[in-house]
Design a protein around this ligand. Structure first.
Ligand SMILES: O=C(O)CCC(=O)C(=O)O
Length: 244
């Protein structure tokens, strides 16, 4: 407003904001069966397939009970900045090779449960990929979770294919795009997706999905029954023969 004008002639002058206002984008929801191209970059295409009802609900019911009972579930301890904490979920590992993530090594376990072998073969027939290992997760209730991460350990090779099969309570699988270098690691404005994964649903992640996106299963505020998630993977021996 100009101060030198008499009262009646005062004018409002539009001043452009110095910075363009940026809005935090609303998360998209993927809840219909299909193949989704999430992004395209020099790293490649990030693509997911969502197949609800891959296992019909009657079969999924007894499979869930059997997996809950028979898998040797264990709770692993992480150490971060000298502080140790228990993982907020139970896990189990199957495969000829060990698997290391977040400085935890899961020892080889070639003793596949027959139901897991059958599920692996069903997924292989459907997807055309051959998997050699499996990380099982048990979320006992709404307090269990897995934090933001990518399945990008060197032993998974470039562009890992991950086939994730869910049983039990529906939980939200969230994805967020990794920020561009100009954002300096700030995730505030990145693209986000929410994918409800329910009983018997298969989710396939491929291409650059692990390189360009992160995922998590957050804690819930309302009560949730147990959920089992099986992530079939292809593990390669570490090039230098040393497991980090
Ligand atoms: O439980 C899920 O759906 C995701 C599990 C997961 O992110 C993982 O095993 O790396």
């Amino acid at each position: 407003m100009r101060k030198d004008l008499p009262h009646t002639q005062k004018q409002f002058v539009f001043e452009k904001p110095s910075e363009v206002e940026r809005r935090v984008p609303e998360a998209g929801v993927i809840d219909k069966p299909g193949v989704y191209e999430l992004s395209k970059a020099p790293t490649g295409v990030s693509r997911i397939h969502l197949i609800p009802g891959f296992i019909d609900s009657e079969q999924a019911d007894w499979m869930f009970e059997q997996l809950l009972q028979d898998i040797p579930w264990g709770q692993r301890t992480h150490i971060r900045q000298e502080v140790s904490f228990e993982e907020p979920r139970l896990t189990s590992w199957y495969g000829e090779l060990p698997y290391t993530y977040s400085r935890i090594t899961m020892q080889p376990n070639p003793n596949w449960h027959p139901l897991l072998t059958m599920l692996k073969e069903r997924i292989e027939e459907f997807t055309g990929y051959t998997f050699n290992s499996l990380l099982c997760n048990l979320y006992r209730n709404e307090k269990d979770s897995v934090d933001w991460h990518s399945d990008d350990e060197p032993s998974l090779g470039k562009n890992p294919i991950i086939a994730s099969l869910s049983f039990g309570a529906t939980r939200t699988f969230e994805m967020r795009k990794k920020p561009s270098p100009e954002e300096n690691g700030d995730y505030t404005y990145v693209e986000r997706l929410k994918i409800p994964l329910d009983h018997g649903t298969l989710l396939l992640m491929e291409g650059a999905t692990q390189e360009d996106w992160q995922h998590r299963v957050p804690k819930e505020y309302h009560s949730r029954d147990a959920r089992i998630n099986l992530t079939f993977r292809i593990i390669y021996p570490e090039p230098d023969g040393v497991w980090k």
